[in-house]
Design a protein around this ligand. Sequence first.
Ligand code: LMR
Length: 333
Amino acid sequence: MKKILSVVVLSACALFTGLAQAEYVIKFSHVVTPTTPKGKAAQYFADQVNEKMAGKVRVEVFPNSQLYNDNKVMEAMRLASGNTGLMAAPSLSKFVKFSKKLQVFDIPFLFNDINDVHKLVDSPVVDEMIAPLEKKGIKALGFWDNGLKVFSINGDKPLLVTPQDFNGKKFRIQSSEVHEAMIKALGGTPQKLPFKEVYTALGQGVVDGQENAWSNIYSKKFYEVQSYITVSNHSYLGYLLVVSSEFWNSLPDDIRTELSAIIKDATMKGRVFAAEADSGDRQKIEEDKYAKVVDMTPEQRASFRAATSKVEDQFRDQIGADLLKKVHATIGH
Ligand code: LMR
């Protein structure tokens, strides 16, 4: 009994000293598994901060929607106060409430590959897109990669090879109006669902298909309840690392500078994690043989692109025609 008591007291002391040691605590909430590009980048960021800034800042990571889902986290972030800040990296698609300009990232077939994405996020053009967030109390700290998305579907033939295959099918989408317009343009029915509900919704037939990056399809086992995956690479899944402006501005200058440097490092590391997952997770899915992976021919991709080309026009006013021009000029097409 005595032994148990002293263990409890010692652990409590260790916990207390740990807590007392850090001046600031950052809780990093995300919805994916620790093995995905975002999960790894978040953990890398935490490890670097906890090592290099011990005593000043401590980061705790909460994966798998343990703390909040993406829609709730933004509200919780703005309510957090004191020396504990809430950090998150929701997908860019989930920011429409805060900046309509960020809808650029959801436009189908805007990016040919990840290099196009990097040209844009490494340019000053993105400043215009994140400016509206500041007015809403959100500080954007970095663009984190996942990768281009592919479509998956449940059915008895290799679906989604032509846009007509969408007819009569229901697709889970993120809370993005652009995604909604894209699925409708293809003839399908979009259904917005939180990420943590996707596996069950696919498994129970609430929806027939979904679109996501390879790492999410693999780590959340979507491919086990889907029969085909079409390598459409039709649009981008990336993240915006955010914290409340109030918390960020309350940090002493030196802490902000150190954190910014670690964030930059984690952002670059994240690109490596994303590139690895892109090929690695596709391969693992193919090896597991649940869902058949179907590549698109250039002609099929062209007809896909043509079917969704009106989506950009639909959102031109919301995003801003000038901004769209700058985006195209930056990407080079
Ligand atoms: C999704 O909801 O499909 C993604 O945004 C999940 C994520 O964070 O990668």
